[in-house]
Design a protein around this ligand. Structure first.
Ligand code: CTP
Length: 444
């Protein structure tokens, strides 16, 4: 009996896949199909896959061509499989020509002609979401546009900005360039908002009233009442309103979250997160800082993310201590939370520098995420006995921005918000910011 093996992702199974499987089957008597695991695809940069592993396996099964289906989970597994299953022929499409010649040592390698004119990528690109960019931060917007190229089914159509002078070549060539947000809204399906937080409420409201989806750099609003109104408007109009905190979409951060929730460090007693970045505030002395992101807005939501995701949003007490240099502009803020069974603290600063680490302390051990923890691909679980320590590494491409855009599109496509940031977490972030502006804070 001649055993043949082939591998693929088989997302949105199409004619090209079926033709390949038919010809693979015809090469022998028994066909094994390896379907890639979600995590394996993510790790090798295939971030756009729409269907889950089970859905893709089901689709391959329904072709009736596979005698056996296996899951491909790690780099180098093909060699193991060929030996394990006694495979005679390995085959894939000609788009891989030459790349698997090293398998000739273990079995015969056959490249089959790829079917022209169809691919999963094309199918994913069929429905295109047109995104408009809103704001003045060239660094953030230039990166967002560059990262959008890694995402299927999205097109940046234009921007609305009061200061586009530092925008990249790419942005300068967009078709809509305006300072009037309603003009941009007319031309797109969704907005990515990075304008100063004081403008978020009005801009988001206008977008949602026009039934456009919104991805907004947190905080979504400066007042809880405004936030609740926007959330309701989004619901009423069937729109997605999502926080743009890239850390939330990184695999390492998510796995850390899941590990903690599954009890690896016991009961969480403290979450301590620090996010700082020195910016040139000296040159701005005496100038109007109302359009500059202060520390609590620029860093607060990121620093709050693990606090609210791990301990929930129902703290019993909160204290905010800030160093303020001009009206509402904090160069440094420390927030302490008291929960019924735990505490948390965060330190954010644009005029103070510190070690940007995240520590989650539990009754059995602790999590250590080294600086800068908000763009991490690595963390450690540490115990009393260092021999028990565990290290975790997960690929992080594009600082998580491309994963965030993929999540936003999935939320739009699926009609459900797949954002990893729950509504209660998002609202709790706004509540702290609201307290900073309108409540009681202590000053140092
Ligand atoms: N394949 C093919 N003809 C196509 C598309 C895919 O013969 N038009 C083959 C590939 O060469 C591979 C198998 O089908 O052997 C599975 O490919 P996969 O990567 O899952 O599909 P693509 O459509 O190429 O996916 P993507 O666009 O995401 O790269």
């Amino acid at each position: 009996m001649i055993k043949v093996i082939t591998y693929g992702t088989y997302d949105l199974l199409h004619y090209g896949h079926i033709r390949l499987l038919e010809r693979a089957k015809a090469l022998g008597d028994y066909l094994i199909v390896g379907v890639t695991a979600d995590g394996f695809d993510m790790a090798r940069g295939k971030i756009n896959v729409q269907q889950s592993l089970m859905e893709r396996i089901e689709a391959v099964k329904n072709t009736g061509l596979a005698d056996e289906i296996i899951v491909e989970e790690y780099e180098g597994q093909k060699i193991d499989d060929i030996r394990r299953y006694g495979v005679d022929i390995f085959t894939v499409g000609s788009d891989w020509k030459g790349q698997f010649d090293y398998l000739n040592e273990f079995c015969k390698v056959v490249y089959l002609d790829r079917t022209e004119g169809v691919s999963s990528t094309d199918l994913r690109n069929e429905r295109e979401i047109r995104i408009g960019l809103v704001g003045e931060s060239s660094t953030v917007l230039n990166k967002f546009a560059a990262e959008s190229h890694f995402v299927n089914g999205v097109k940046i159509v234009g921007y609305c900005s009061l200061d586009p002078t530092q925008f990249s070549e790419e942005l300068q060539h967009l078709s809509v360039k305006t300072s009037d947000i309603s003009k941009l809204i007319e031309e797109c399906d969704a907005l990515y908002v990075v304008s100063h937080p004081s403008k978020h409420y009005e801009q988001i409201k206008l977008a949602l009233q026009n039934k456009k989806h919104v991805l907004c750099e947190a905080p979504i609003a400066l007042k809880v009442s405004q936030y609740d109104e926007l959330k309701q408007l989004a619901r009423d109009n069937g729109c997605v309103l999502m926080d743009a905190i890239k850390t939330a979409y990184s695999t390492a951060y998510n796995r850390m979250n899941l590990l903690v929730k599954s009890g690896i460090i016991g009961e969480v007693k403290s979450v301590d997160s620090v996010c700082t970045s020195l910016s040139d505030l000296e040159s701005k002395k005496g100038k109007d800082l109302t359009n500059t992101w202060n520390s609590i807005c620029a860093w607060g939501p990121v620093a709050m993310l693990p606090v609210f995701q791990l301990l929930g949003s129902k703290y019993s007490d909160m204290q905010i201590i800030s160093h303020i240099i001009s009206e509402n502009f904090d160069t440094f803020t420390k927030v302490s939370f008291v929960y019924p069974n735990a505490v948390a603290s965060l330190m954010v600063g644009k005029g103070v520098k510190s070690e940007g680490e995240l520590i989650v302390s539990g009754t059995k051990g602790y999590i250590y995420v080294p600086a800068p923890w908000w763009k991490t691909d690595y963390f450690e679980v540490r115990f009393e006995n260092p021999a028990d320590n565990k290290r975790y590494f997960y690929q992080l491409d594009g600082e998580g921005i491309r994963y965030m855009i993929v999540s936003f599109l999935k939320a739009i496509g699926g009609g459900r918000n797949c954002s990893y940031i729950g509504g209660d977490v998002s609202e709790a972030m706004v509540r702290v910011v609201d307290e900073f502006y309108n409540g009681k804070i202590e000053r140092i």
